[in-house]
Design a protein around this ligand. Sequence first.
Ligand code: ZN
Length: 386
Amino acid sequence: MVDPQITLVPASTRRAGLRGRLGLLGEAESQLEVLKAQTMAEMARRHDTAGAKKMARDVLRSSPSKAHHDVKAAERLAGLAATSEALASGEVPADHARLIARASSEGPIDERELVEAAKTQTYDELAKTVKRQQHELSGDDGQSIHDRRKQKRSARLFQSGDTGMYVLNAEFDPITGNRIAGALADKERELWRAEDPKRRRTHQQRAADALAELILHPENGRVAGVALVLVADYDASRRELVNARISNGTPLPAGELVKLACEADIFPAVSNARTQDLWLGRRRRCASDAQRIALMVRDKACVGCGADANRSFSHHIEHWKNGGKTDYPNLVTVCNDCHSDIHDRHYQVEHDRLTGMHSIVPPPEAFPDTGTDTWQPRHINSVLLN
Ligand SMILES: [Zn+2]
């Protein structure tokens, strides 16, 4: 068992700025997480899983699903020494550790490599690293992972007793999910264009309306758009397609690529970034389908926050009203929120020439940490502070 040498929240947080305080609290949270997990795993070992869940419900007053989730996560973490150690030392955040633990229950992983990645990567980056590694270690080009994900599909529609609203909850494999996201985003764009600009719906309302329209009025048809973008590299020496993936980077077994390529509504294009149709200049303001595909492949997701590319749009880096062109190098994929950051909060699009990737950075001193010595959280517990 790892001994995390609990310091919890040291007295120094009193003097730390808000940024420093948040960092210390994050470390303390990781330490508590590992202690709680070890305690639950030990309960499960001494009694059984059901006994541990019951105790979690009695002692922590957790809901049945939270107790189930926590005990399962604790049992997984108990088998992962390197992850527990990194969590206890505060080097790896709790959510990252949970991601590694879940992956370990799905098949073979290289724990050391994932822990090293978890020390520096954001949550979304780590999720991608996990997916890539699972694919590499699967031994069957990721086919078993893909089949398992398909098996796990589920949907549930129920009326909430609390609000009287209907709640739709569903999980799909990456290919089906990506196609649904594409169709939904197309419908949302159609609704957006039909709106009175002075009385816009919220994004959530528009998504709900789009979903209802697709289910209740299929006769209104699908809007023409991009259904699913698949990407693969061509290995010239072996003369075959390798490294098949969805445009968001999710690896695909080659067998699935072949199956999908036979379907009619898949866009069968090989984009060449140098072709003329990606350079539209001032001829049109909106990106073309060919540009959107090229951007999805290059950016994979919103370059600011990683939101689904289907739900994002093409932003002119040099703004259209300042004479910016609708050319591939002047366009970048951003979601609505990140778009507002650029226009309303002066965020800048940055281009890394080495990796070719774009990102969005806040203006200098966007969030100054201006000394908070006198500020104290309310309801402070002195035990935790010493
Ligand atoms: Zn974004």
